[in-house]
Every structure is written in C-alpha cells, then in structure tokens.
Design a protein around this ligand. Structure first.
Ligand SMILES: Nc1nc2c(ncn2[C@@H]2O[C@H](COP(=O)(O)OP(=O)(O)OP(=O)(O)O)[C@@H](O)[C@H]2O)c(=O)[nH]1
Ligand SMILES: [Mg+2]
Length: 199
C-alpha cells in the first residue's frame, strides 16, 4: 500500500470525543517506550507525524491520524512505566478501556512488545484484558534492529510459550524495526487486507 497522505486530526482523552467516523481505525498500544509512535512514523514515512521521545510517557492522549482519507491510525499512551502514580495509572486504565469499548470502527489493535526482553508480566496481563474485551489484535515485536534475529526469535518463542497456558490459539504476530523498516510491508499489507473487509 502506498501512503499518499497522512495527517494529524485530533488528540482526545475520551473515545466519544474522537472523530465520528465509519472509517476503520488501527490502534497502537504497548508499554511506554516500546516504540509505538516511532512505528507510526515509520509506517507512514513521516518522521514527525507522531511525537516520539527517548523518555517513556511521551504520548499521553488518544491521537488520530487520517491516512489516504480512508482509514485512521491511533497512537495511544503506553503502560507499565514504573514512575507513574497510582492515580495516573487508574486514569490511563479508564481512558484506554473506554476507548476499546466505544470505537465500533476499531478494526484491529497492534499490541507492541519489546523483542529484546523476555516475557513481561504487564504485557501478558494487558493481552488478557484485550482478550476479555473481545478486541481484535495482532502482536508486533519491536526494535528487532537492536539484536540478532536468533535472539529476537528466541524471545518471541518464550513469549508464545507463556501464552500457551491460557490461550487456545496463539495470536498472529509480526516483527518490526523503525530503524531498519523491517515489518513495514507486512504491517501495511495486513492493514490493507483488513480494510478490504470493510468495503
Ligand atoms: N533502535 C530502535 N529504536 C527505536 C525503535 N522504535 C523506537 N525506538 C526508540 O525508542 C524510544 C521510544 O520510542 P517512542 O516511539 O517514543 O515510544 P512509545 O511507545 O511511543 O512511547 P510512549 O509514547 O512514551 O508510550 C525512542 O528513543 C525511539 O527512537 C526501533 O525500532 N529501533
Ligand atoms: Mg508514543
């Protein structure tokens, strides 16, 4: 898919204030600093569309970007950063749950996981929440440029093994690097195939 146009539309805290639309949207979620905003920039080929930072907690709102006037990318704030107060964590949880439950046009969620790390409890727990809410999702293992392909695959296997206990079917997954652009074609192809089911 060719991205001809990508524009920022709005930032919101409430799902019901987000664009009223029947166009499909794809949301990016995962731990703070996992690379959600960077992946959005890599996919769209726009270096400054979504704001990124080396410091966790950069994205704080629900950000909508309209792509080719046909579908939306949604950049969400991350979870799991230790230095967040209980109150902020609770308001994040409410905002995200309300978002997932009030966007009928939510076509798929990309749950990003840092491919450098062994399975993290926060990710497994968040994935379970998505399952409970019945939200369609795929996993994306990020930052693959930071290590060997063998190490990435070993961490992915470990993650899948932890899921085997509770999941009947293992989720679909992709790998990505915002530096090397690994995964760009696969993710865009995946979005295109889901978009086609919308028309
Ligand atoms: N080497 C490498 N660095 C990456 C990659 N993706 C993101 N980064 C770096 O990781 C840091 C965090 O990236 P962001 O895209 O801001 O992360 P985020 O998940 O949006 O974080 P929050 O908005 O805080 O939740 C930045 O310093 C990025 O340059 C990648 O694929 N490879
Ligand atoms: Mg971000």
């Amino acid at each position: 898919m060719i991205i001809k146009d990508a524009k920022f539309i709005s930032s919101n805290t409430r799902a019901d204030q987000c664009p009223q639309t029947e166009l499909p949207e794809y949301a990016f979620i995962g731990r703070s600093n996992v690379g959600k905003s960077s992946l959005i920039n890599m996919l769209t080929g726009r270096t400054k569309l979504a704001k990124t930072s080396s410091f966790p907690g950069k994205t704080q709102l629900i950000n909508h970007f309209l792509i080719n006037d046909k579908w939306y990318i949604v950049d969400l704030p991350g979870y799991g950063w230790a230095k967040v107060s209980k109150t902020s964590r609770e308001s994040w949880r409410k905002m995200i749950h309300f978002y997932f439950q009030n966007r009928p046009n939510l076509a798929c969620v990309f749950l990003l996981i840092d491919s450098r790390l062994p399975p993290q409890k926060v990710d497994v727990e968040f994935l379970e929440q998505l399952g409970i809410m019945g939200v369609p999702f795929v996993l994306v293992f990020t930052k693959t440029d930071k290590q060997s392909a063998a190490k990435t695959d070993a961490n992915i296997s470990l993650f899948m093994n932890t899921l085997k206990e509770n999941w009947e079917e293992l989720p679909h997954y992709l790998k990505s690097s915002s530096s090397s652009k690994e995964g760009r074609d696969e993710i865009l192809q995946f979005i295109e195939s889901v978009n086609q089911q919308y028309h």
